[in-house]
Write a protein that binds this ligand. Structure first.
Ligand SMILES: C[S@@+](CC[C@H](N)C(=O)[O-])C[C@H]1O[C@@H](n2cnc3c(N)ncnc32)[C@H](O)[C@@H]1O
Length: 283
């Protein structure tokens, strides 16, 4: 009797970038960032019917306010759980002009050339592993006369997120050879270089410092808990610290940072402004 040839299971090779963001639940951090997301979108001059792509959109901190101002919005994110959360929020808000789908900022496969008036990526595309491919993809999908607006954390900046990422990386094993730090997107010279390589003259790239405020109904230590439990990079740092016996040290360092930066003036609230580089590219 003939036996059937065994068929190997078709498994996708693991994508560490996707795994990092699906490991946590960024919605639990994003909840503290809504007012700044809305304020940033207010500055972008959204008009009814404008076609907007939000890249690395999470659950829609900026994508949803853009749709609420009448844009036709596509949110693209690598993390399936965040895409589901975004679509859920859009449904709950009764927004029919926004859709969230899975995708990778490194190639934007399936997104047609020259199809958006505005590409927004706030602390999103900066985390994709191939930055030049990201710049090329963003430029490819913008219409002539359109814009790209990125929000990028700044290397060595003393404010919250740059410091969380710096502290977290000090507890995490060194990245693999060839890894390019997401923080390089916070250097103006590097940003100009990447867009130049994607065909955009330096004169069409402008950078400004801006702030995003985290506002949380709890103590600084409780907000550290949110990052420890739900923010991929901090979760990985705690996993590594667990193995090296340094959890208490990491916890102390983060609690010190959050407490020092809290400007709420109240014991039961945490309000922290973080500086970022706002990049505007005109095509
Ligand atoms: C810090 S969160 C910011 C989310 C959202 N923009 C916000 O401000 O709430 C980073 C987001 O980038 C997404 N991301 C990371 N790498 C990506 C990639 N290669 N392509 C698309 N999205 C990516 C993550 O899944 C996550 O939702």
């Amino acid at each position: 009797m003939q036996t059937a040839t065994p068929v190997a299971p078709t498994t996708q090779p693991a994508n560490p970038n996707k795994a990092l963001w699906e490991k946590g639940d960024f919605t639990r951090i994003a909840e503290t960032m809504r007012a700044s997301g809305d304020a940033l979108v207010e500055k972008l001059g959204i008009r009814k019917g404008m076609k907007v792509l939000d890249l690395g959109c999470g659950d829609g901190t900026t994508a949803i306010p853009a749709a609420q101002r009448g844009a036709e919005v596509l949110g693209v994110d690598i993390a399936r759980n965040l895409v589901e959360a975004g679509n859920r929020r859009a449904r709950e808000l009764g927004l029919g002009n926004i859709r969230f789908q899975e995708g990778d900022a490194c190639d934007l496969a399936g997104v047609p050339d020259k199809s958006f008036d505005l590409v927004v990526s706030i602390f999103g595309a900066m985390f994709a592993p191939k930055p030049q491919d990201v710049a090329n993809a963003m430029v490819r999908v913008v219409k002539p006369g359109g814009r790209i607006v990125m929000g990028n954390w700044i290397p060595n900046d003393p404010t919250l997120v740059a410091q969380i990422l710096k502290i977290s990386s000090a507890y995490t094993p060194p990245p693999p050879a060839g890894f390019v730090s997401p923080m390089t997107w916070g250097s103006e010279a590097t940003v100009v270089e990447r867009f130049a390589a994607a065909g955009v003259p330096a004169a069409n790239v402008s950078c400004a410092r801006d702030t995003f405020t985290f506002d949380f109904a709890g103590t600084p230590a409780e907000l550290v808990g949110r990052f420890r439990d739900f923010y991929g990079p901090t979760m990985n740092a705690f996993d590594a610290a667990q193995k090296s016996g340094r959890v208490a040290e990491l916890q102390r360092e983060l609690e010190g940072l959050f407490a020092a930066q809290n400007v709420s003036g109240r014991a039961d609230r945490t309000t922290i402004a973080a500086t970022y580089l706002r990049v505007t590219v005109s095509l």
